[in-house]
Design a protein around this ligand. Sequence first.
Ligand code: AQP
Length: 353
Amino acid sequence: MDRIFSGIQPTGTPHLGNYLGAIQNWARLQEQSSSVLYSIMDMHSLTMPKEPAVLRRNILDTTAAILACGIDPKKCFLFRQSLVPEHAELAWILGCLTNVPRLLRLPQWKMKCTSQNNEGTVGLLTYPVLQAADILLYNGQLSEYGTILACGNISFDRLKVYRLWSTHVPVGEDQVVHLELAQDIAQHFNKKYGEFFPVPKAILSTTKKIKSLRDPAVKMSKSDPQKLATVSVADSPDEIVLKFRKAVTDFTSEVTYDPVSRPGVSNLVSIHAAITGLSIKEVLHQSAGLDTARYKMVVAESVIQKFAPIRNEIKKLQEDKSHLIKVLEDGAEKAKELAAPIYQEIRRLVGFQ
Ligand code: AQP
């Protein structure tokens, strides 16, 4: 049986990149397995410190946005990471199996550490180990002891049933190295303590990284300080139009797709294709004859159409905070139920029990 695990950091309202690169895919995946876990990664978000009140608000805003995008708590377990402390406990165990030089080589460390003036924290260095724990916590081999069976005069001994969970993790390209680390850690654990973790597998999102509208050399990010760079799923039509109107392109007015020499306009084409479900070729065919100024408005309109119902739903959901809190708490209870037997077995294997 396959389990699916993925998460999002509550670092602000999700944006077009989060939607196209992750959440849209999550909505499809929740239909494909009865064991799907989506987590609001509040512990991860502390790697870039936030005021407590801001974090509290972001957790609920992210939850409202995810529900509004079609994630249904009846079809998946939607929970807040810190409500399941086994994530942190397992991260400690796995951290004791991970070499520091392996972490120092990860590209995200180098990039984020530079953005913190080369004074990265222990949390920033080791969060990929916490990511490994997030996945492996739901990925053990569960051993269940069935009841003693009697059949005629043949009695069976206690029946040992092994169920093998293999976890599939939907990831963007930039996260592949972190999933490889989780695979290595799982193998290291198995070598030291005996075969226990099936090695997790990546489901690569087909959507390429959506780039900043102000600088197509970098990805769209919640934490980008430039307000016009990021289109939030909760933006009004006027805000969306303004952001696309100001999107950085180049001096050629034709609409073409060439991410290397024309990154700005190619980003618009990628957004247009992903939001409408058309291929790049179909989008270019439809846009033949438009100049980039008019094309920006076509793309803006397609985003407005997609986000209008989501925006209305977010507003409704934000009015009932206690409902959002309950969704996350109920999800955490269910996630704990899945994690508990696996974590108990890990405790036994390492000698804590
Ligand atoms: N620009 C993007 N294009 C496509 N996919 C993206 N994702 C993030 N940005 C883009 C995918 O969204 C999921 C959740 O991301 P996250 O919030 O856990 O972390 P992140 O990648 O660090 O996202 P942000 O928006 O850039 O947040 P901040 O600014 O806080 O760091 C992931 O699957 C990610 O690949």
